[in-house]
Design a protein around this ligand. Structure first.
Ligand code: HEM
Length: 153
């Protein structure tokens, strides 16, 4: 299935790789930025909007900062970590998300929102799937709350 969300399992080691730069190259900076802005605009109206700043101006800041991260992780210019050379970005990202109680359900909403944007992007399907693979896998590491029942089912 295309853009499948595979389950996050507590304690499971996640093997992921950063997206293929060809995705960023095919989109170009402006379209990548537009895709990310569209994603965050949808997040602002999603079921996980409460995780993010409610103030519109503050939310815009998050949107711009996070977009820079995604451009960089896709192989674009290092515009996100200019001020923090030497930091392991992926590890740093996992730590940042620890301040929030992210359940599997929150991740599903996050990924589901991304999927809505990604389906409309006019880029080679294989590259979109490779980008999705990064999102699906990396997002598992942002999940830090598990329902007790999920141990049994
Ligand atoms: C592929 C997975 C993900 C990536 C690459 C990612 C990336 C990022 C980045 C770059 C930031 C900004 C960090 C900074 O302050 O510099 C951030 C913050 C944040 N992310 Fe994620 N994220 C992912 C998944 C998720 C998921 C599943 C949620 C679910 C709720 C989430 C919620 C948040 C929240 C609430 C913030 C803080 C926003 C703020 O500054 O107030 N993220 N994320």
């Amino acid at each position: 299935m295309k853009y499948e969300i595979t389950k996050a399992i507590k304690g499971e080691k996640v093997d992921f790789k950063n997206p293929n730069k060809a995705f960023y190259d095919a989109l170009g900076h402006d379209n990548m930025q537009k895709m990310m802005y569209d994603f965050y605009d949808k997040i602002y109206e999603s079921d996980i909007a409460n995780f993010f700043p409610q103030d519109e101006e503050e939310f815009e800041k998050v949107k711009k900062k996070n977009t820079k991260f995604f451009i960089q992780i896709c192989g674009g210019p290092s515009i996100y970590d200019e001020s923090m050379r030497g930091v392991d970005l992926n590890k740093f990202m996992i730590d940042i998300h620890k301040s929030f109680s992210i359940y599997e359900k929150s991740r599903n909403e996050w990924l589901g929102t991304f999927r809505e944007v990604l389906v409309d992007i006019d880029v080679d399907e294989k590259l979109k799937e490779d980008f999705w693979d990064y999102l699906d896998k990396f997002s598992k590491m942002t999940v830090n709350r598990y329902l007790k029942a999920s141990t049994y089912f």
